[in-house]
Design a protein around this ligand. Structure first.
Ligand SMILES: [Fe+2]
Ligand SMILES: [Fe+2]
Length: 150
C-alpha cells in the first residue's frame, strides 16, 4: 500500500501525463483534419494516423484516466460529482464504439470520411470537457490534500 504522499505524487504525475497526452491528441486531430480536407485521396494516410491514435486512446489513455485518476477522485472523502465522471466514462465507450466501426473499414469511403470527421469533433469536445472541467476538479482535490485538508 502506497503512503498518502506517494499516492498523491503519482496522481499528480498521472494528471501531468494525461494533460500532455491531450496536447498530443489535439495535434494528431489537426493532422487528421488536414488530411481529410486534401483534395487528392489522402484517406489511406488518414486511416494510418487514426490507427496510431486509436492505439494510444484505447490501449492506454482511457484506461489511465478511468482506473487511475477518476478512480482516485471517486475515492476521495469529498463530494466529487459522480455524474460527470459517469458521463465521461460513457463518452469513452461511445468513442471506442465509433473507433471500432472506423477501424473495421466496412463502410463506403464517403461514410468513412464522415465518421472520421465526426470522431475529430467528438474527441475535441471530450478533451475540452476533461481539460476545463474534470482535470480542474482533480487539481483542486490535489491542492486540498497538499494543504492537509480532508
Ligand atoms: Fe477521456
Ligand atoms: Fe483524455
Amino acid at each position: 500500500m502506497m503512503s498518502a504522499a506517494t499516492q498523491l505524487e503519482s496522481i499528480e504525475d498521472t494528471l501531468t501525463r494525461l494533460t500532455k497526452d491531450h496536447q498530443k491528441i489535439l495535434q494528431e486531430l489537426i493532422f487528421l483534419e488536414e488530411l481529410l480536407m486534401e483534395k487528392t485521396d489522402a484517406l489511406d494516410k488518414a486511416l494510418l494516423v487514426f490507427k496510431k491514435l486509436r492505439m494510444l486512446l484505447q490501449g492506454d489513455h482511457h484506461q489511465r484516466e478511468e482506473s487511475v485518476l477518476y478512480e482516485w477522485m471517486l475515492n476521495q472523502n469529498v463530494n466529487v460529482d459522480q455524474d460527470i465522471i459517469a458521463r465521461i466514462s460513457k463518452e469513452h465507450d461511445e468513442l471506442e464504439s465509433l473507433m471500432e466501426r472506423i477501424g473495421q473499414q466496412v463502410q463506403s469511403t464517403k461514410i468513412l470520411a464522415f465518421d472520421l470527421r465526426d470522431f475529430i469533433d467528438l474527441y475535441r469536445e471530450h478533451i475540452e470537457l476533461e481539460d476545463k472541467f474534470i482535470f480542474q476538479i482533480a487539481k483542486g482535490l490535489i491542492s486540498r490534500h497538499r494543504l492537509g485538508e480532508r
